[in-house]
Ligand binder design. Structure first.
Ligand SMILES: Cc1cc2nc3c(=O)[nH]c(=O)nc-3n(C[C@H](O)[C@H](O)[C@H](O)COP(=O)(O)O)c2cc1C
Length: 194
């Protein structure tokens, strides 16, 4: 028999990989986090953004006028997913000191979650995790940038935004060799039981 009470309490997690490599370094680190969350009973859905049809925000004001985005593409799926998620994971390789254009495009398209009076439609209490991998070995190098990016997620209504960064990554093995980073990835599973 289906254990509905367990299902009801299950944390819903949406993981968006902004890397063009579905099996690259970023995916390797994201999968470590996901595996530990799933072990704790979370319901995790993963999307590889570069494989999806997601257009740039046109800045047309359609969402202000109609309350939803007027572009018809795969973002329509992500709007529902993000709105119903307890935790949002945004994963990206560092490209020229920043997140990839693929991931930034999704963030720009989150404009319909805002109202004209600057309040947010998303329910409060959601958490977000930004995962980044980078060629540069010093994983503190881009923290100021990612803290800045985290602030934009707070503006969207995410109460708590955590960062997980792996440096010196060129192949997925470079992630899987880093015990300290993997340990932090595993510890994030407490989010499921909190
Ligand atoms: C176009 C491009 C730009 C990059 N820019 C940076 C950078 O500014 N700083 C850095 O440390 N690594 C940079 N890298 C390296 C990647 O961030 C790194 O190898 C990452 O782990 C690759 O993840 P992936 O396998 O998911 O693509 C860049 C790689 C590419 C392809």
């Amino acid at each position: 028999m289906l254990n509905t009470s367990y299902k009801k309490d299950m944390k819903k997690i949406i993981a968006l990989n902004g890397s063009p490599h579905q099996h690259g370094c970023t995916a390797a680190l994201m999968n470590e986090v996901i595996n530990s969350l799933v072990k704790q009973g979370a319901d995790v859905k993963t999307y590889h953004i570069s494989k999806m049809d997601i257009k740039y925000c046109q800045g047309c004001g359609g969402c202000t006028k109609h309350g939803k985005c007027v572009l018809q593409d795969d973002m329509q799926v992500l709007y529902d997913e993000i709105a119903s998620a307890d935790i949002l994971i945004l994963a990206t390789p560092v490209y020229f000191w920043q997140m990839t254009a693929q991931l930034k495009t999704v963030i720009d398209r989150c404009q319909p979650f805002g109202r004209p009076n600057s309040t947010i439609k998303l329910e409060h209490g959601k958490k977000a995790l930004i995962i980044a991998t980078q060629g540069r070995p010093d994983e503190t190098a881009f923290i100021p940038y990612f803290e800045h990016a985290a602030k934009s997620l707070s503006l969207l209504g995410f109460d708590f935004v955590e960062l997980l960064i792996a440096g010196g990554t060129h192949e997925p093995e470079d992630v899987l060799n880093q015990n300290k980073v993997l340990h932090r990835a595993k510890k994030l599973s407490v989010w499921v039981t909190e």
